[in-house]
Design a protein around this ligand. Structure first.
Ligand code: GLC
Length: 563
């Protein structure tokens, strides 16, 4: 683990939709710089930036044409380096997105690779002859619809792409590809970034003989979305191959001397399978995607999260939402109810071993947008009639009331989401103690003062079933989440000497040793003798608050002046 990692809280920035300073309607790096004090003040410690590299944007930057530069639409390399330095000054770490499974089809390596069978970079990619029937070499399908192979007429072979044809897969059987990525990693670490989020970290290696994936026993309808078609195969040959761990063991030798983190987007839901990536000397940490798949059900949440904690402990990061999945507020019912549940659930995630991770807008309790299908940009939607795609979760941030919501002075690349009232915006919430934003901030500030949450203290799960899910850490702290079952408030008898430290809603109360926990709320309680650090021990936070006050008058928390 990097020395700075334990106890941190993460925040994902979808660069296109965060803050636009040049009025082109697309977020940019200078825009992110203006919001760093806001983030430091919120109490997050690590920001993850989605891809900002030069790219034709076929998959919004996950099609990289140059791993070491910045796309002019997002700014310059200088902007990025300035952002990193400024973030460091505020006590924030910066993790960038590394996309090693595939490049853009406009990457110079691929342009060369497809120029002839003898090209220098031909073997940087996966090329195969036609299958016995003259079609693709095997039955693998792309995540984004259609076969995972495209025929290249001039050279008479197929290249593999687990995503778009514009995203050819790299060939990780080729030592030269390994060498390129060692160089890319060390260049970024030399430049000061604190780690990488590794895109589709479970996908890099394939079955050496490229066998067909078995088809599960479900009929494929004409109307199936790419995801449904994808899910009808057992992906035993194209994903999650054991050899991929060797790549990360090798990268550890690059990352560790810089104290940089390797954080995997390992989309593997089975706890013990995910754990393999996080053990020994492979990845430092990995997202637990099951945490954003669970429904609002006590047994499901308990069972799922507990199994992951037992398998991987504090190597996990807990995403509340992401740019690929619905916002937690939408997932859990939408509107004010969804936001209330999302805050309760986040309270719970904050008490688990590992790193809670917000997606931009989660701190405001925002929902997904509602978008007409004819404006879709996500390739899942544009390539597949009827498929929803991921645009609705990527709508721009609402910073302040007004036509451009403080996101842009121009026309936003996607319309704003459905939460457009003043009370949904950041300035509308700052300074109002009952707002989602201020509650998240209070929770994160408090979390830093509770060593039992961040020092690897053991977990116990005192309630075996039902709508209340509870975790105890080190015999010092208890967090309880009530998802509700229509039976009203839950009453939990607690031992003597407990103190209610955080309640996700004002109706939560601890009276005479009984915790009153209404449906859709959570509480964090200190048991007797819990360690609670004094507030002013937190130098990082104090510095961040000072920077907010000095840097960005718009974001100074003054309820009187809030519009
Ligand atoms: C990851 C990204 C997603 C992207 C895909 C292909 O899952 O999070 O946005 O489309 O990889 O790179």
């Amino acid at each position: 683990m990097p020395s700075w990692w334990s106890g941190v809280v993460g925040y994902e920035i979808y660069v296109r939709s965060f803050a636009d300073t040049d009025g082109d309607g697309v977020g940019d790096l200078p825009g992110i710089r203006t919001k760093l004090p806001y983030l430091a003040d919120l109490g997050v410690d690590v920001i993850w930036l989605t891809p900002f590299y030069p790219s034709p944007q076929a998959d919004h930057g996950y099609d990289v044409a140059d791993y070491l530069d910045v796309d002019p639409r997002f700014g310059t390399l200088e902007d990025l380096l300035g952002l990193v330095a400024e973030a460091h000054g505020l006590g924030l770490r910066v993790v960038i997105d590394l996309v090693p499974n595939h490049t853009s089809d406009r990457h110079p390596w691929f342009l060369d690779a497809r120029s002839s069978r003898d090209a220098e970079h031909r073997d940087y990619y996966v090329w195969k002859d036609s299958g016995p029937d003259g079609g693709p070499p095997n039955n693998w399908v792309s995540h984004f619809g259609g076969p995972a192979w495209t025929y290249d007429e001039p050279t008479g072979q197929w290249y593999m792409h687990l995503f778009l044809p514009e995203q050819p897969d790299l060939n990780w059987d080729n030592p030269a590809v390994h060498e390129e990525f060692r160089r890319i990693l060390s260049t970024w670490f030399e430049r000061g970034v604190d780690g990488v989020r590794i895109d589709v970290a479970h996908s890099l290696v394939e079955d050496p003989s490229f066998r067909d994936n078995p088809l599960l026993d479900v009929p494929i309808e004409d109307t199936s979305s790419p995801q449904e078609i994808f899910d009808r195969f057992s992906h035993i040959h194209d994903l999650d191959q054991p050899g991929v761990l060797d790549i990360y063991r090798d990268w550890r030798r690059v990352a560790d001397p810089y104290d940089a983190v390797l954080l995997g987007e390992v989309f593997v839901l089975q706890p013990t399978k995910l754990a393999r990536y996080l053990q020994g000397d492979a990845l430092h940490a990995g997202f637990c995607f099951s945490a954003l798949k669970v429904t609002w059900d006590g047994d499901e949440i308990r069972h799922t999260l507990r199994a992951h904690v037992e398998a991987s402990g504090d190597a996990l990061t807990w995403p509340l939402s992401s740019h690929d999945d619905p916002h937690a507020a939408t997932r859990f019912g939408g509107g004010d109810l969804g936001a209330r549940r999302a805050l309760a659930y986040f309270t719970f995630l904050c008490a688990l071993p590992g790193v809670p991770f917000l997606f931009q807008g989660d701190e405001l309790g925002l929902d997904d947008g509602e978008l007409a299908s004819d404006i879709a940009e996500d390739p899942i939607a544009t390539r597949n009639p009827g498929a929803t795609g991921r645009d609705a979760v990527r709508t721009p941030m609402v910073w302040e009331p007004g036509p451009g919501f403080g996101f842009t002075t121009g026309t936003p690349w996607l319309p704003f989401g459905r939460n457009r009232e003043d009370r949904h915006t950041a300035t509308g919430q700052l300074g109002d103690p009952s707002s989602h934003l201020e509650q998240v901030r209070r929770l994160l500030t408090l979390r830093r003062r509770l060593p039992a949450l961040t020092d690897g203290s053991p977990t116990a799960w005192p309630i075996e079933d039902g709508p209340v899910v509870a975790v105890e850490r080190g015999g010092e702290l208890l967090v309880a989440l009530h998802v509700g079952d229509g039976g009203g408030s839950a009453e939990l008898e607690l031992p003597d000497g407990c103190e209610l430290l955080f309640a996700s809603a004002p109706q939560v109360a601890l009276l005479d040793g009984t915790l009153h926990l209404p449906e859709d709320t959570a509480a964090l309680v200190a048991l007797e003798d819990a360690r609670i650090l004094p507030e002013d021990d937190d130098e990082g936070l104090t510095a961040a608050r000072a920077a907010v006050d000095a840097a960005d008058p718009m974001l100074v928390a003054d309820p009187e002046e809030a519009p």
